[in-house]
Every structure is written in C-alpha cells, then in structure tokens.
Design a protein around this ligand. Structure first.
Ligand code: FES
Length: 568
C-alpha cells in the first residue's frame, strides 16, 4: 500500500502531528496512526430528516466492519436534508450539502469514506461530494420503510397522500378519515416505500457502481441491512488499500447502466437531474439525450407505485435490483465497474425472481419502453421531461389551451375558482418554479386539478412546469422545462389562451404562437424571487439549469483531496 493520505497529518514528531494525534487519540492504540486507513462515516442521520434518523445504528455496524478490517472509523455527521420538513424545498440545499461534505472530507485526515444516506437529496449530495473530493467512497443506502396499511389497504408514502388529498377535494373521503390515515402512513424507520426519489436513487447508485451489489432496496428495519453495513465498512478499508477512488472506476459506461436501471425500475424523474449533476462533478459528458436514447431501448419491468401497484417491501421480496438487472443484463455495459473492483454484470449472478407480478420478466414487461422521455420544442429549447409510464395514454398526444399561473401561490389562489376558464382539454402552465425562479426547483409540477373538473371526474390533465415533480407523484406532467422562465425561457412569455402542443412520440412540446408575436411580448418577471444575501443569493447567481443538473457553476468538476497548506 502506498503512503496513506492521513499520514500527512499523523506522521512525524512536529507540533502539528502532535496536535492531530493527541486530540484524536482518546483511547485509540498507538498503531491507530501508523498505516491504518482512517475511514469517515459520513452520516446524514437527523431527527429533522426522519427517513435517515436510524442511520446512527447503521453507522455502528459500519464502524464494526472498519475496525475488523484494520481501519479506524471516524463518525462524521454531515448536513442532512429532510424532504418533508425543509422550506421552501430541500433541493435548494442539495448543492450546499454536497459542497459542505466535500470540504469536510478534504479538510480532515481521512483516507476513505462510507456515505450513509436515504431521503431524496442525501444520496445525490453525498455522491456529488465524493466525486469532487475523489477519495475511496462507498454508499450504504438507508433503505425503505415497511408497508403501512389503512382500512385494509397498503399505503404508498407520498403517492397515497396525493390520491387521498384529491379524494378529499372531490368529496369522496372525509377529513376525519384523511386525518386518521396520517398515523398509518409511516410504519417503520426508513425512507418512502414507493419508487420515489429515495428508492430510485438508492437503486440507481448501486447500478452506477457506488453500492455493494445486492444491498440497495433492503428495507431499513431488516437486519440484513446492518450485515451489509458491516461488510461495507470492511470494503471501505480494502478500497483504500487498492486506491479505488470514484474516478478510477466510474465512467460513462457506469452512467449507461444507471440509466438502464432507472428505466427498468420506472424510477423518479428526479434521478435525471441528480445523475447529470454527479456526472458533472466527474467531468463525464452525460446529456439529456443519453437518457432518452438509452431509456427508449429498455422495458419497464417493475410494477411499483406511483405508476404501478406494489411497494419497496414487495420489490425486495420479489428479488430486488439484482433480479431486475438479470433481466436486462444484455442491455448493461459490461465494462462498468463497481466499488468491489469487479464489473456490475459480474455481480448479478443467477439472481432469482420470486414474484413476476412485482418484477416482470423481459418476456412479459410492464411496458415495452418508456421510462423517461426528453421533449424539446419552442416551449423547451433545452429540454423537458415526461414520464410516459406515469401519464395518461390519451394525453400523450394533445393540443390544448394554456391556463397560466405565475407562481405556485398564484396557482393555489385561483385553481379552485369556479369562474376559472378551464376545461379538461386545457394545459395547466406553472412558471417561476425553476432553480433560479423559486429558488430551488420545488416539486410542484404535478399541480392538483381544478375542483370543478374533479367534480366532473376528470383525473388527469396535461401540465407544464419548470419545476420538478415528486418521485411519488403521477400524471401527464411535462417538467424540468429548460430554460426556466426566470432564466428567460419561453415559459416566461406564454399567455392564457395560447395553444400548446404535446407530441410525446415525436418528443415535441411546442407553443403554437407565431415567432413575431412572441418577440413582441415582454417576459413575466414579477413573481421570481431575488433575495439579497446568504446561500439563496449565491445559489441564484450560480445555479445552472435543470438540463445540466442544476449544480452551481463553480462546483462542476473536482478539486481532489489534496490540501496544499499546513495549519501552522
Ligand atoms: Fe424522505 Fe420520502 S420524505 S424519502
């Protein structure tokens, strides 16, 4: 093994080395500082991130594994982002969490890191940090919660809330019953149990090569998660010895496998913006077109909410990610490596598939293709997404009159107005919700439908937005429109009454207004935020658009782990 990075802190007899050793020692043996890999356990556990609150116990198992393999484990709490708690949206701080974690890893005597995440933004932020600091790194996903039940039926986190809140608005579910469901929704520790963003990012991270194969998707209360955490701690030590850093094994091929997986599991659209951001840190040329091109070849195999029927508990029981990967093995890039040093395809084995209703076979897919499609056109010159699997078939080709809202507040104020000029063929347009405009690109694109249309049993409409959509949501939603309205995109000049055409097959989203007329219009600006100071100021000034990952422009790429100066 070459000299450890941490030796820069601990070797020698000068005053700095004395300080570094003496303050860390606290009962550690003398040999703790000579040749033993120092492994940080980057822990996003927090009571304010309920999905990750159990990670401290997972960290204890990692710790045991690191010890057993001869390393020194170092608990390192890092910034945590609770999806359900943070206002205005946890996405506003994904880049800050990534930057803070990167800086903590670089500034400290760390040789490798085990990354503990779960709730939506936590794994993406940790992976962005790991890519930029480029130390040996491996993720332990915190795992989904067990299925909760209400009135005898399973509750899909998030998805059931959307559904029941619409039922309350439509008058088919009482306020009392709705309130009673609240305590049944979250049955155990762990993150949302649908194929939302957290589940998606855990599985996609494994396909990317950043999780020990076979671990992602293990339910949070399952003791096998602790066993996996123990094994991952041991692996982290081995990765340091082998100098297996993200840049030594992640490649464009790894992202190809991540996209194949995203499509096959019918995963969240949020994974697109996160994978683009991670690739941006690695300097890998990943584009929206890669998602469309690769997804178009991949059948959707997994029948999970929000688009399907089952939940993560069922997915794990049915065989989990490896069963999915076995079905699409021929679509995977065999050159892509994993944290183990072996190719992903060599880690699949003969993974059994126990329930073909939950995970379909290749011979009998849920959908022949259609994970995530990328649209372009006069309304979204740089791209927009649609998830056809979560959309209504009859709306995938549609032309309708725009009903425009300038902000989510404007939307809430007017959507249930009985005099609102809207019908089932209208296209709801919500702007001011992009990375700069909100700021932070909230999950508002799946706008609730107008009450008067719900009363007419309308259950889906075409909706267009520069924001994101919760991975637990569904509907014919065109989202991540780029450029956003606040960055001068065409969304800023749409007016109520304009016609919008959607042609999913042709990958088009167009504003049917003559260019000369558009040129005469002034873009709407009034509702876009412009804070004077702090993180929001930095964020608005530097955030990029959704089509390239919504990272800050000065965080692209990597600085590595080298620190040029001593503390003195
Ligand atoms: Fe944390 Fe859904 S709220 S994963």
């Amino acid at each position: 093994m070459t000299r450890l990075r941490s030796a820069q802190w601990y070797e020698g007899q000068d005053r700095n080395a004395y300080h570094h050793r003496a303050w860390t020692r606290r009962g550690l043996p003398d040999d703790a500082f000579t040749g033993r890999p120092q492994i940080a356990i980057a822990d996003t556990a927090s009571d304010l991130t309920p999905c990750n609150a159990h990670l401290t116990e997972v960290a204890a198992s990692v710790r045991d594994g690191v010890h057993q393999a001869g390393g020194i484990p170092l608990h390192m709490p890092v910034m945590s982002l609770g999806e359900t708690q943070m206002r205005p949206t946890a996405m506003l701080w994904r880049n800050l969490a990534a930057m803070a974690t990167e800086e903590m890893l670089r500034a400290n005597p760390i040789d490798g890191v085990v990354l503990l995440g779960g709730c939506d933004k936590t794994i993406p932020a940790l992976l962005m940090a790991a890519a930029s600091v480029d130390l040996p790194a491996v993720v332990v996903p915190g795992g989904p919660m067990l299925t909760g039940y209400f009135r005898g039926a399973p509750l899909g986190c998030g998805t059931a809330v959307w559904r029941m809140s619409e039922e309350v608005r439509a008058g088919t579910l009482s306020e009392e019953e709705y309130a009673r469901s609240e305590s049944a929704m979250v049955r155990s520790r762990g993150h949302c149990n649908t194929m939302g963003t957290a589940s998606t990012m855990a599985l996609v991270s494994e396909a990317l090569g950043m999780v020990v194969p076979g671990v992602a998707g293990t339910p949070a209360p399952d003791s096998r998660l602790l066993q996996a955490a123990h094994g991952t701690g041991r692996l982290a030590v081995e990765m340091v010895t082998a100098d297996r850093r993200p840049r030594t094994f992640l490649s464009k091929a790894s992202f190809h496998n991540a996209i194949v997986t995203l499509a096959a599991i019918g995963g969240s659209t949020n994974a697109v913006v996160h994978l683009l951001a991670i690739a941006g840190r690695l300097g890998i040329d990943l584009t929206l077109d890669d998602f469309d091109r690769v997804s178009a070849q991949v059948p959707v195999l997994v029948d999970l909410l929000p688009a399907g029927r089952f939940l993560m508990d069922d997915f794990h029981r049915a065989g989990g990610l490896r069963a999915v990967l076995r079905e699409v093995r021929d679509l995977l890039d065999p050159t892509a490596l994993t944290v183990t040093g072996k190719p992903l395809v060599d880690c699949i084995g003969q993974a059994p598939l126990w329930d073909e209703e939950v995970i379909h076979t290749r011979a009998s897919p849920l959908l022949t293709a259609g994970g995530i499609a990328v649209l372009r056109g006069s309304l979204a010159p740089d791209g927009a997404l649609i998830k056809p699997a979560a959309a209504s078939e009859h709306l995938l080709h549609h032309r309708g009159r725009a009903v425009v809202f300038d902000s989510i507040e404007d939307f809430h104020a007017r959507i249930d107005d009985p005099h609102l000029d809207v019908d089932s063929g209208s296209v709801l347009v919500l702007r001011g919700c992009g990375p700069k405009g909100y700021p932070g690109m909230p999950e508002v694109a799946n706008m609730p439908l107008p009450r008067k249309l719900l009363d007419q049993s309308v259950r889906d409409m075409v909706r267009v937005c520069d924001g994101r959509m919760s991975g637990t949501a569904y509907g014919t939603v065109i989202l991540h429109v780029a450029p956003e309205a606040a960055a001068g995109g065409p969304l800023a000049v749409v007016r109520t009454g304009d016609f919008i055409s959607l042609d999913t097959q042709a990958r088009r989203i167009d504003l049917d207004v003559p260019a000369a007329e558009l040129a005469r219009r002034s873009p709407v600006k009034a509702h876009f935020a412009s804070p004077a100071r702090g993180w929001e100021r930095l964020y608005i000034d530097h955030v990029q658009q959704a089509d390239t990952g919504a990272d800050l422009d000065f965080l692209l790429g990597a600085s590595g782990s080298h620190v040029a100066r001593d503390p003195h």
